[in-house]
Design a protein around this ligand. Sequence first.
Ligand code: FES
Length: 162
Amino acid sequence: MNKPQSSTEVDLKRINEIVSEYSERKWALIPLVQEIQNEVGYIPPQSIPLIAGALGLFPSQVQGVISFYTQLYTHPRGRKIVRVCRGTACHVRGGKTILKLVKQKLGIEEGQTTEDMEYTLETVACIGVCALAPNITVGDHVYGHMNPKMVEQLFKDGGTGV
Ligand code: FES
């Protein structure tokens, strides 16, 4: 994935080039939106009419498919995705406090991205390593047995600890 772009600096020229490669191929909606997301970091809302026009679909059909798949995004995301587990094992071992502290450190709520586009914060139902609860992931890395001090370390000076 290339660097995330804010909605004000969307490269519509590049998106048009990608879209034109899929012209009139209705079946290609998923690979097309995936390619745009890989290239731009997300699927800018202003690209939806372009996609619909090229594939002979209604914009609402394109939007419907994008909304259906949780791994497709219509807003910019941070370079690192922070996922705090809200599953039972993590919850009973202080996951709620960890989430609160991560929110405070990053200054964002769930689903939001820091202004510098460094982090997007999400919660997940289970990371799959319940024995290490409470857990969070930052990018591909799992951090187990989280405690307030570790949150402080991980996101010290806006995240230089990660
Ligand atoms: S409940 Fe948190 S990792 Fe499974």
